[in-house]
Write a protein that binds this ligand. Structure first.
Ligand code: NZQ
Ligand code: ZN
Length: 386
């Protein structure tokens, strides 16, 4: 195991009715004027918005709003949010929604104290020195953004989707009420599950191996494999939504990657697709993952894929190589069983931008620590996913 520093200061309030801590926790933190940020109205339709307003009213906390944050949140919305915060002396941000809302709020929180353009954080021109405090009211299990310091933003002019991270952007607290996820549509529930699984894969298929982390990762995978189909069949099944919600947070709150390098190839390759075609992140990951697995599988790492096959899928009667291949097949079949498209062409994507996407993926990063990938190999993964 490598040396590591692990700290996660985000308080989690998990369960039914936990919204009732919002007002008092903000008051205790000295919040006087908050930015209430959300997406395209799902929180108005499912009652989350009203629950938040009731809390703010009960504690006499005034607020301004930023609505209409898009999935794959845009840098222009971050700029708009910064203006609102500055003009209104906002001292706390409530991100009410899913990963896109939370990521947008993190970028706003950091850019509030930066005199340059917020995109500079993403091109590595600057780093986060200070940020407004934020809290989240999570409405979809997927990204883990509710308990990490990462943010992923799309620049709609350059068609780039880039990430940055800082401890300073970690939410101070997050409210995770599984009931708030009952209204998540089937496709988004499935995409969220694929995203959770991908976060685990990025850390499971990475070095150095770690018995404790690998078994914890397998537990997260088995949990979402068990409860994913339940949540899709019965959207208001509390236990299923609760298990998936906590699995999503654990999958990317730093724990499963502690002391490991992390791979992150599939994510970097996917971000190019959602940047250029504005598709749902988890859908892109579900399509790419089995092809990434087939691309990197070799005799040196087959045993790790076979462990995955045995411990997660219960494949016990095949040799190492066959177990590894069968595990990849099962992954692909599982994503399909959730109703997720299995080809990029089903999303109207063809090969015209593959070259450009591979170049762009490699612009700020080397791709793949589990197994480094060249431009040619990245294009091969895109082609095999068509
Ligand atoms: O806009 P609204 O009306 O809220 O609708 C949203 C949106 O259309 C809807 N939704 C959310 N909660 C709902 C709901 N609909 C009904 N009922 C509810 N309770 O779901 C749609 C998708 O929302 P989005 O926020 O985009 O989903 P997700 O949480 O999957 O976030 C995806 C974004 O996060 C980034 C992705 O790249 C993508 O931009 N990621 C962020 C990470 C991080 N910060 O750590 C890591 C991830 O790997 C990922 O890259
Ligand atoms: Zn992801």
């Amino acid at each position: 195991m490598n040396n590591f520093w692990f700290s996660n200061p985000t308080d989690i309030y998990f369960g039914k009715g936990q919204i009732n801590v919002l007002g008092k926790t903000l008051t205790k933190a000295g919040a006087k004027k908050v930015l209430l940020a959300y997406g395209h109205g799902s929180i108005k339709r499912n009652g989350v918005y009203n629950d938040i307003l009731q809390e703010l009213k009960a504690y006499s906390i005034s607020y301004v709003e930023l609505s209409g944050i898009d999935p794959n949140p845009r840098i222009s919305t971050v700029r708009k949010g910064v203006e609102i915060c500055r003009e209104n002396d906002v001292d706390y941000i409530i991100a009410a929604g899913a990963g896109s809302v939370i990521d947008c709020c993190k970028a706003i929180a950091a850019a509030r104290y930066y005199s340059g353009d917020p995109w500079d954080f993403f091109t590595r021109k600057t780093s986060v020195k200070k940020a407004l405090p934020i809290c989240t009211v999570l409405t979809l299990a997927a990204t883990g953004s509710e308990m990490n310091g990462g943010t992923v933003i799309t620049n709609e002019e350059t068609k780039e989707k880039l990430s940055t991270g800082s401890m300073k952007m970690k939410p101070r607290f997050s409210i995770l009420d599984p009931v708030y996820t009952f209204t998540v549509p089937k496709e988004q529930t499935a995409a969220g599950i694929a995203d959770i699984m991908s976060h685990v894969f990025e850390q499971y298929f990475s070095y150095p191996e770690s018995t404790i982390l690998d078994h914890m990762s397998e537990a997260v995978l088995k949990t979402v494999i068990k409860y994913g189909p339940v949540a899709i069949g019965q959207p208001d099944n509390y236990e299923a939504r609760a298990q998936i919600m906590w699995a999503g947070t654990i999958a990317l709150n730093g724990l499963l990657g502690s002391g490991k390098e992390g791979d992150w190839a599939t994510h970097l390759i996917e971000h190019e697709i959602s940047a250029k075609y504005d598709i749902t992140h988890g859908t892109g990951l579900a399509i790419l993952t089995p092809h990434w697995m087939r691309q990197v599988l070799d005799e040196n790492n087959a045993r790790i894929f076979a462990d995955y096959g045995r411990n997660v899928w219960g494949i016990n009667d095949l040799d190492i190589w066959q177990t590894a291949q069968e595990a990849i097949n099962k992954t692909s079949v599982f994503f399909k069983s959730l109703g997720i498209p299995s080809k990029l062409s089903e999303l109207g994507i063809n090969d015209e931008k593959f070259e450009e996407m591979a170049d762009s993926a490699l612009k700020y990063n080397n791709i793949g620590r589990f197994k480094p990938l060249s431009k040619k190999e990245i294009i091969e993964i895109y082609r095999n996913s068509l």
